[in-house]
Design a protein around this ligand. Structure first.
Ligand code: PMP
Length: 299
């Protein structure tokens, strides 16, 4: 399949308050965000014309920026409206939405106090992150890269710089024939995949690592609520890699990945089963509901 470059497409991109033709949404090469990773972003999905948990994403974007020491000059309400406008301008109802905020080009050195903060929002159709027969499950390699100590990096931020080891891990996994990588943390505990959180079914309970040095995903929290409504016991705790020997089912949860069954991690194998199937179904149904109903279900 021919790749359509992301800078050469039809459509519109929301850019600092204006709706620009897609190809005009360019920035200068001497931009602080590019050189020093002073940028934060979001990944959202619109279903049936509604962006799922939009306010949570807009608030996380604002918080991510705060953790990097800058303030986005738009409120959560304004960012919500801009995301909705970006989807509408492109005539989409089911889409991936990518807001990104970055420090501009007024200064180009480590110090960046005088840079302006920019915000752009693009949106495009992105059907399934892991293509193929979904319920068969994907295969993950265990990465050599570790999620850092929160004293080493602002790990609660969805900051671009934190994706450096994500891309290295994913490329290494793909070179070895796997779909994605499972990353451990700085203590050797299980952390997450490169763009999604991870869940394990152990003795009928749902276990997931405590998000103390990686993103506490919005999908992760939705899935935990869905599992609890099914009376499934959900346990957040530190999980060591050896414990994967006791897991019968494993899945990933993330905005792009949605709920994706996993059949292998390193040498451990699993069989996607009843709990995974139920949560794939519940999540697929939840995202189609109007925002008020989503809020009610997750309350
Ligand atoms: N971890 C990482 C590294 C991610 O990139 C994502 C996707 N944003 C997630 C977890 C899941 O987060 P969410 O469910 O909010 O999309």
């Amino acid at each position: 399949m021919a790749l359509v470059p992301f800078d050469d497409r039809e459509g519109f991109i929301w850019w600092n308050g204006k709706t620009l033709p897609w190809r005009d949404a360019k920035l200068h090469v001497l931009t602080h965000g590019l050189h020093y990773a002073s940028a934060v972003f979001e990944g959202e999905r619109a279903y049936n014309g509604n962006i799922f948990r939009l306010r949570d994403h807009s608030e996380r974007l604002i918080n991510s920026a705060g953790l990097l020491g800058f303030t986005i000059p738009w409120s959560a309400e304004q960012i919500d409206a801009a995301c909705i406008e970006a989807v509408r301008a492109n005539g989409l109802t089911d889409a991936y939405v990518r807001p990104i905020a970055w420090r501009g080009s007024e200064q180009l050195a480590v110090s960046a106090q005088l840079t302006t903060i920019n915000l752009a929002i693009a949106t495009w159709a992105w059907p399934s992150y892991f293509a193929g027969d979904k319920m068969k499950g994907i295969r993950l390699a265990i990465s050599d890269w570790l999620r850092p100590d929160p004293r080493t990096a602002p790990t609660a931020s969805k900051a671009t710089g934190l994706y450096m080891t994500g891309t290295l891990s994913k490329h290494d996994a793909e070179a070895r024939g796997f779909d994605d990588a499972l990353m451990l943390d700085w203590r050797g505990r299980i952390a997450e995949a490169t763009g999604a959180n991870v869940f394990f079914v152990i003795n009928g309970d749902l276990h997931t690592p405590t998000p103390d040095c990686f993103l506490d995903g919005i999908t992760r929290r939705s899935v935990m609520a869905l599992a609890r409504s099914r009376q499934i016991n959900v346990i957040e705790r530190p999980i060591m890699p050896e414990e994967m020997a006791n897991a019968t089912e494993v899945f990933l949860a993330g905005t792009a990945a949605e709920v994706t069954p996993v059949r292998q991690i390193g040498d451990y194998t699993f069989t996607p089963g009843a709990i995974t199937e139920a949560l794939v179904r519940d999540y697929t149904q939840l995202v189609q509901l109007p925002p008020e109903e989503v809020a009610r279900r997750l309350a």
